[in-house]
Write a protein that binds this ligand. Structure first.
Ligand code: ATP
Ligand code: MG
Length: 273
C-alpha cells in the first residue's frame, strides 16, 4: 500500500459535495436508519430479504450513500455484502424495507428501470463481455442512451488511458485490473447518478488496487456518489467517507471510515487488531 493512503485519503473535497452532506456521526450499531440515512441520495432502508423462496439473507439492513461520498461495505465472506448491493439494484426480493433513490421509492422497479433512473452497477463476477472488444463493452454500457455518447467514451478513456490503447482488443485478453477498468468504464457510459461497485479490486495486486482506488476517488470527486463493497477492509476504510460492517446480513457497525478504523472492536474483529 502506498503511503498516500495513510493519511485521511477519502474524498474530503467538500467543494463538490452537497452542503451538510456526509457529516460525521458516531459509530452506530444495528440496522435502523438514522435521519441522515433516511434522506440520503440512495438508501436501502431496513432491507430484509433473500433469493427466490429461500430464507432471508438480509436482516433489517440499511445502506446509504450521498453525493460526493464514497460509502464502503465490508464484512466477512458470506456476510451478505453482494446481496445487499443486489437488493438495492433490484435483483432480489426485498420482503421488508425499501429502496429510495433521490427521495423516490424504487423498491418495485426492475434493474433496467433503475439504470434508466441513474443507477450504475458493477457486479462482483461476470461484469464484462469477454469476447467483445473493450470499445464494444463500452458501447454496450451505453445501451440505454439515444444521444451521442462519444464524449462519455472519451471521458472513460481519459480516466483509464490503458483502455484507449487496448480498445480493439477482446476484453477477455486483458489483465484483472484492466478488466475491472472496463467494467467500471462500462457502468460510467450510462452517465450514472450513483455508482455501485462490488469488489472492484478483487484479485489485483496492491499497486493496481491503489491505482483503482485513485480512479474511484476521481470519479467520486466529479460528484457521483460511490457505494462499494471491498475485501481489502483497511484500505477501503481509509478512503471511505462512510462505512458499513455487515455480519450475517445485518449492520454490525456504521460510521465514517476513520471512526471504524479507530473502533477497537472493528479492529479486533475485522482488521486483525
Ligand atoms: N444466487 C443466490 N442464491 C441463493 N443464495 C445465495 C445466492 N447468492 C448468495 N447467496 C447466499 O447469500 C449469502 C450471502 O452471500 P453474499 O454473496 O451476499 O455474501 P458476500 O458478503 O458478498 O460474500 P463474499 O465476500 O464472499 O463476496 C450466502 O449464504 C450465500 O450462500
Ligand atoms: Mg460478495
Amino acid at each position: 500500500m502506498s503511503d498516500a493512503y495513510q493519511d485521511d485519503r477519502g474524498n474530503k473535497d467538500r467543494s463538490i459535495t452537497r452542503p451538510g452532506g456526509g457529516s460525521a456521526r458516531p459509530v452506530a450499531k444495528g440496522g435502523h436508519a438514522s435521519p441522515a440515512e433516511a434522506s440520503a441520495f440512495l438508501v436501502g432502508e431496513a432491507m430484509t430479504g433473500g433469493y427466490g423462496k429461500g430464507p432471508d439473507i438480509l436482516h433489517d439492513c440499511t445502506i446509504a450513500v450521498d453525493p460526493g461520498e464514497i460509502a464502503v461495505i465490508v464484512g466477512p465472506n458470506g456476510a451478505g455484502k453482494s446481496t445487499a448491493m443486489k437488493a438495492m439494484f433490484g435483483m432480489l426480493d426485498v420482503r421488508q424495507g425499501r429502496v429510495l433513490l433521490d427521495g423516490e421509492d424504487i423498491t418495485a422497479l426492475t434493474p433496467q428501470d433503475r439504470v434508466v433512473r441513474g443507477m450504475g452497477f458493477v457486479p462482483q463476477t461476470q461484469n464484462i463481455f469477454t469476447t467483445m472488444t473493450v470499445e464494444e463493452n463500452l458501447e454496450m454500457g451505453a445501451f440505454i442512451r439515444r444521444d451521442d455518447f462519444r464524449n462519455t467514451m472519451a471521458q472513460v478513456y481519459d480516466l483509464f488511458p490503458i483502455l484507449k490503447d487496448k480498445r480493439n482488443q477482446a476484453a477477455g485478453e486483458l489483465s484483472g485490473g484492466q478488466r475491472q477498468q472496463v467494467a467500471v468504464g462500462r457502468a460510467l457510459m450510462t452517465q450514472p447518478k450513483v455508482l455501485m461497485l462490488d469488489e472492484p479490486t478483487a484479485g489485483v495486486s496492491p499497486i493496481v488496487m491503489d491505482e483503482l482506488f485513485d480512479r474511484i476517488i476521481e470519479v467520486a470527486r466529479t460528484g457521483i456518489p460511490i457505494l462499494m463493497v471491498e475485501q481489502n477492509a483497511r484500505q477501503a476504510l481509509e478512503i471511505a467517507d462512510k462505512a458499513y460492517v455487515l455480519v450475517q446480513g445485518a449492520n454490525a457497525h456504521t460510521g465514517t471510515g476513520k471512526e471504524l478504523l479507530a473502533d477497537a472492536e472493528v479492529r479486533r474483529s475485522f482488521l486483525g487488531g
